[in-house]
Design a protein around this ligand. Structure first.
Ligand SMILES: C[S@@+](CC[C@H](N)C(=O)[O-])C[C@H]1O[C@@H](n2cnc3c(N)ncnc32)[C@H](O)[C@@H]1O
Length: 255
């Protein structure tokens, strides 16, 4: 059963070790870097430093690194432990007066985002990194994000594709049991995301495969794809079996 309580409990448990296991200095640092470099290139494509919202920010590692090139950024996350870590790490690494704000918030409650602070609008960029697949009521979320963005906003979604190797491994390991966190039948492939996003006022701009080196997801098939990708031969395959980054902008005159 895909339930926000289950998702929250899972990530509360992960919070203290998240940075160590998934952050920029972790064993998976190459995978982190693969995502970060795509995010950074999108931030750098704005004529002025953007105002950024990170929905499902975890411990805020991407935001800390993006801090010098954004005007301001808000990181929201369901898990209190993630937010506490994000605040502590930002204070330690950037200082008390950084341009980053972290607040505990459930994306299912998106219609009340304005109650958090009175400047929770006019975002130039919204990113949802490895998190949309865990969220419920995604249509309501995408519609409301549209309403709190600037007309030239970029919505950036990074998510494992439905047939990504880690998902397939998880499915085989868990065969016969209900999925723990992200049921693959409700998971958004890039194709599904494009369709739903369009209905919610977002036009698809472009997609990039996230090419994570083998340290990210150890395993023969991933290693093979990475080797192939060095020659740029496997990009279409990676789009299908790897992690995608989809970028959207508000449809003119929509919703
Ligand atoms: C896989 S982690 C990714 C964290 C971070 N974006 C990163 O790239 O390191 C997914 C995050 O989404 C958060 N999350 C899951 N469901 C959420 C919800 N309904 N509202 C807000 N955050 C949520 C989790 O607490 C977790 O920190």
């Amino acid at each position: 059963m895909h339930d926000v309580k289950v998702v929250r409990e899972f990530f509360e448990k992960e919070a203290m070790s998240w940075e160590r296991e998934h952050g920029p200095d972790s064993e998976r640092k190459d995978g982190f870097q693969a995502v970060y470099s795509v995010l950074r290139s999108i931030v750098e494509s704005f004529p002025q430093p953007p105002k950024l919202l990170d929905m499902g920010c975890g411990t805020g590692a991407h935001l800390r690194l993006l801090s010098p090139i954004v005007r301001s950024a808000v990181g929201l996350d369901l898990a209190e432990g993630m937010i506490n870590e994000a605040k502590a790490l930002a204070e330690r690494q950037i200082g008390p007066n950084s341009n980053l704000t972290f607040i505990r918030f459930d994306a299912s409650d998106i219609e009340n985002i304005g109650n958090l602070r009175n400047d929770m609008r006019d975002f130039d960029m919204v990113m949802i990194v490895g998190a949309l697949e865990h969220m419920l009521e995604r249509e309501k979320l995408l519609r409301t994000l549209h309403d709190i963005c600037t007309p030239d906003c970029q919505l950036v979604v990074v998510s494992p594709s439905k047939f990504s190797i880690p998902f397939l491994i998880e499915r085989v390991r868990n065969f016969g049991n209900p999925p723990r966190l992200c049921p693959s039948d409700t998971h958004f492939s890039l194709g599904k995301l494009k369709k739903v996003a369009l209905q919610c006022g977002w036009s698809f701009q472009f997609a990039r495969p996230i090419v994570a080196p083998p340290s990210h997801y150890a395993g023969g098939p991933t290693k093979l794809m990475y080797q192939l990708d060095k020659g740029r031969a496997a990009l279409p395959i990676l789009r299908f079996f790897g992690t995608y980054c989809g970028v959207f902008t508000p449809t003119r005159g929509a919703v």
